[in-house]
Design a protein around this ligand. Structure first.
Ligand code: AMP
Ligand code: MG
Length: 351
């Protein structure tokens, strides 16, 4: 299959530029497109063949459900049942934006889209290209991240191409995305709204709107504990991972730098290729051929936005061992560390 690559300027485009993408979606084909979180791989959420193609292109396990992207509130009622007052309040405050909510699904949403579940995940994205694509195509777009299953999520069209060129109909290249981490997922189908995946919308932000919000224990687990079953099926897979073995070193900054330099020396002596994931504040302190800064600790947003690109770069370098600094788990840091711990398969050294 030849994958069409079309550039589009998110700040300045006409809806007509999306004609071909819309027609692909309407015919049941697949289009990767930018959202404010990461690039999504879109297909018609109400057509079983379309979601089957998504699973096939990504190599995604079929029990890992897709998020349905909509552009207005009428569409929410069309796909979701039992939408609570609390859910409407969250929508009012955070939609369009990086928040996904889980509801009981309506009959018309095929189980192929929901990974066999009776619930459906719904999000109203804020990215102008994503919004226009949903509106102009008239399609509810099922869209998981546009990467090969298990690889870091794509934050640039180039990442999508790396994974899916020749496997999907089209990539809309709208440049680098803004947030760089997947949406926060909140289960609204249970008694107490429950965060199943941390993201840009933090627990504190949700608590400004709702009195009671809980966190799925699988998120805070420090290890891959087989006794804790993640409610979001996607969270159970090793995810966001570079090919090399990644270790996070935790502790006071000077001690972390010393320990990482020691580990790098050790691995180099063994003849292995090693890389360090540092920050703008520390990158000069490491003695290693490959030292990459994710961003500045002063702006957590830059760390979130740079993380997946750096994880992919580790593969380009061919790093067999990767040592990374760790981050405070407050606010956005919670989402950042959640993704990093998974990338490192929970390998953590404390110093
Ligand atoms: P992705 O868009 O690739 O980040 O994947 C979507 C994520 O949403 C996966 O981790 C799924 O497990 C989660 N998800 C989608 N639908 C549901 C659902 N009905 N219940 C729980 N989690 C869901
Ligand atoms: Mg994903």
């Amino acid at each position: 299959m030849n994958t069409i690559i079309q550039r589009i300027d998110p700040e300045n485009f006409r809806d007509e530029e999306l004609q071909e993408a819309c027609s692909i979606l309407q015919k049941g084909g697949l289009v990767a497109f930018p959202t404010e979180t990461v690039y999504g791989l879109g297909g018609d959420a109400l057509r079983q063949e379309a979601s089957a193609k998504i699973y096939m292109a990504k190599g995604r396990p079929s029990d890992n459900p897709l998020i349905v992207h909509i552009a207005d509130m009428d569409s929410l009622r069309d796909v979701a049942d039992n939408v609570s007052e609390e859910a409407l309040q969250l929508a009012e405050n955070f939609w369009p934006g990086p928040l996904t909510m889980i509801f009981k699904k309506r009959e018309k949403v095929p189980k192929s889209t929901t990974g066999g579940l009776e619930t459906v995940a719904v999000r109203m994205p804020s990215h102008p290209v994503a919004r226009a694509l949903i509106r102009e195509s008239g399609v509810y777009i099922a869209a998981p991240s546009a990467n090969t299953s298990g690889r870091p999520s794509p934050t640039k069209a180039e990442h999508v191409r790396e994974d899916l060129d020749g496997r999907i109909d089209m990539i809309l290249d709208g440049g680098a995305v803004g947030i760089g981490l997947e949406s926060t997922i909140v289960d609204m189908s249970t008694n107490v709204p429950t965060i199943l995946r941390p993201g840009y919308i933090t627990k504190e932000m949700l608590e400004r709107v709702l009195d009671n919000v809980q966190v799925d224990p699988a998120i805070t687990a420090k290890t891959m504990n087989p006794n804790i079953v993640a409610k979001a099926p996607g969270m159970k897979y090793r995810h966001y991972a570079p090919k090399g073995q990644m270790t996070i070193v935790e502790g006071e900054s000077e001690a972390v730098i010393r320990e990482i330099n020691r580990l790098v020396r050790e691995k180099k002596q063994e003849g292995s290729s090693v890389a360090v994931i540092a920050t703008a504040e520390t990158e000069m302190r490491y003695v290693c051929d490959h030292v990459k800064s994710i961003g500045s600790r002063k702006t957590e947003g830059s760390i979130a936005a740079g993380l997946y690109d750096i994880l992919r770069e580790m593969d380009h370098i061919g790093a067999e061992y990767i040592y990374a600094e760790s981050f405070e788990q407050d606010g956005l840091g919670k989402a950042i560390m959640n993704r990093m711990l998974k990338a490192a398969a929970y390998h953590v050294i404390k110093v």
